[in-house]
Ligand binder design. Structure first.
Ligand code: SF4
Length: 294
């Protein structure tokens, strides 16, 4: 099951949920994120530095994803239960390393001192929710025997094709139980029903493409880990997948409209990428230093 299809590199734009969200939210932010080297006003290094700024919520999610990834990789080596003390110490070390090696938005723009111990307080709460969830116990009991077939954060960005368009949808954790394929997506932020339902269908499409599974046999689940453990799943069938393929086609074509050369993924001039008038988005935007928000 670990044999997913491989692709040669091409320049052409690849659709993803996060890319299209960014495109919709603010065209200029999208330009900075994806086409920085075409900016004639701001040095590339500056844009890249700002792009890499993390934030407390973002980094918390990042830390949790990596720790949960490591938990399941560990279960692939041994079915023994986790040693909780060792696990929490490991989790604290990861939190400290990540926090110390990154520049935080809150520090860069607001001078806030970021304490790893503060981030860890929330990380620990989230991990407790995860470890105490009925889903974790269920996975330990039902999925661990087939752990050699698990796909845990596969390499690359989750590339696939839909109607010949390049697309990306990276699964966090995919595993078989019985004749079903389960896909888990861990969330540490607030539920966003519209976006997350879209993601669930995207995971099903990715799985159908790479593993040739029927839609009925794919069970994609979003797991909200905070403030308490909650799940959301969606019934995917051939019809919802087909509608989703049409959606990806339309959204990709819309992003193509901002390109001067589609094959080479060269953007039109930066001035074509308009600024949002959403003041809240600007307040929390990494690029506000080099942009002129309203
Ligand atoms: S500061 Fe506002 S307008 Fe400028 S890139 Fe960011 S979100 Fe867009």
């Amino acid at each position: 099951m670990n044999d997913t299809k491989k692709f040669n590199y091409t320049d052409i734009l690849g659709w993803s949920i996060s890319r299209y969200e960014k495109f919709l939210n603010c065209k200029r932010q999208y330009f900075y994120d994806y086409y920085a080297k075409f900016d004639k006003e701001t040095p590339l290094e500056k844009i890249q530095f700002l792009k890499k700024l993390t934030s407390k919520p973002l980094e918390t999610g990042n830390i949790i994803h990596d720790i949960i990834r490591d938990v399941f990789k560990r279960y692939q080596k041994s079915a023994k239960p986790l040693n909780k003390d060792k696990f929490l110490k490991y989790s604290f070390n990861i939190t400290e390393n990540y926090c110390c090696s990154k520049t935080f938005f809150e520090d860069y723009y607001e001078g806030e001192i970021i304490l790893p111990s503060e981030i860890y307080t929330k990380v620990k709460d989230i991990l407790e929710n995860f470890l105490n969830s009925s889903r974790f116990a269920w996975i330990e009991k039902n999925a661990v025997p087939q752990s050699s077939e698990w796909i845990i954060e596969p390499d690359g960005f989750g590339e696939f094709r839909t109607k010949d368009y390049k697309a990306f949808c990276k699964v966090d954790f995919l595993f078989p139980v019985g004749d079903k394929i389960y896909i888990m997506d861990w969330k540490t932020g607030k539920p966003d029903e519209r976006k997350h339902l879209k993601q669930l269908t995207g995971y099903a499409l990715w799985t159908r493409y790479h593993l040739a599974k029927n839609a009925d046999d794919i069970v994609p689940i979003i797991a909200y880990l905070y403030p308490e453990y909650k799940e959301k799943s969606a019934k995917v069938d051939d019809r919802s997948i087909s509608e989703f393929e049409n959606l990806v086609t339309g959204e990709t074509e819309y992003m193509y409209e901002y390109l001067a050369n589609i094959e080479k993924n060269i953007p039109k001039d930066k001035k074509e990428f308009s600024l949002t008038d959403n003041a809240v988005l600007c307040k929390y935007c990494n690029y506000k230093e080099i942009c002129s928000p309203r």
